[in-house]
Design a binder for this molecule. Sequence first.
Ligand SMILES: Cc1ncc(CO)c(N)n1
Ligand SMILES: Cc1ncsc1CCO
Length: 217
Amino acid sequence: MNWSTKAWNAIDDIYADIIGMPFIKELTEGSLPLEKFQFYITQDSRYLDHFGRALSLIGARANDLQDALAFIRFAEGAVVVENALHGSYFETFGISSAGNIEPACHHYIHFLKSTAALDAVEVAMAAVLPCFWIYKKVGDHIYSNQTSVTNPYKKWIATYAGEEFGELVNRAIAICDKAATTCTEAQQQKMIEAFVTASRLEFDFWDGAYKLRKWSV
Ligand SMILES: Cc1ncc(CO)c(N)n1
Ligand SMILES: Cc1ncsc1CCO
């Protein structure tokens, strides 16, 4: 069994929980309250900024030059998506500024940045993989379960359900699988742990947005 199959098996339950979240259900139906989507989009804009930096750091640390190029391009993609949120999405959804980084976003970006900086590069690659893979799966799930042609969140959904994003995801999975073959069993296990932690943080990111969770003080 290749590494990515084991990794996905390890998060099967988390993924099922994500698909069952009210945020995802209401996003699919188009009934998600605007305030929750606004919260999500502002946090995601902050997230993508730091995610892009984590990806470029992994690019700088990758052993293989082609893998470095792939991560540098992923980083560029993350900044391009951030710019799209900051531009047209902020305007469409009536957002004037990105505001504070709230707890779920803070937790996630700092996990990614510290892992990218301090852990083995293979572990760092595994830590960012849920950002690709879970979004592709969730994007496809939402896209194929849509009931409303007038869903206000349609354009956002299309970003992650598209074939173009699918190709990037396959590339990221393949890089992790190749990296895992150079690792010991213990290192592969660390990659799985990072993959699971990031998946939990994906859940929390949506959960935090649904509950509009902010710093208590
Ligand atoms: C929190 C989060 N995870 C993953 C993605 C997709 O990379 C995103 N836009 N936001
Ligand atoms: C995973 C991901 N999400 C938004 S951009 C990006 C990297 C691809 O450029």
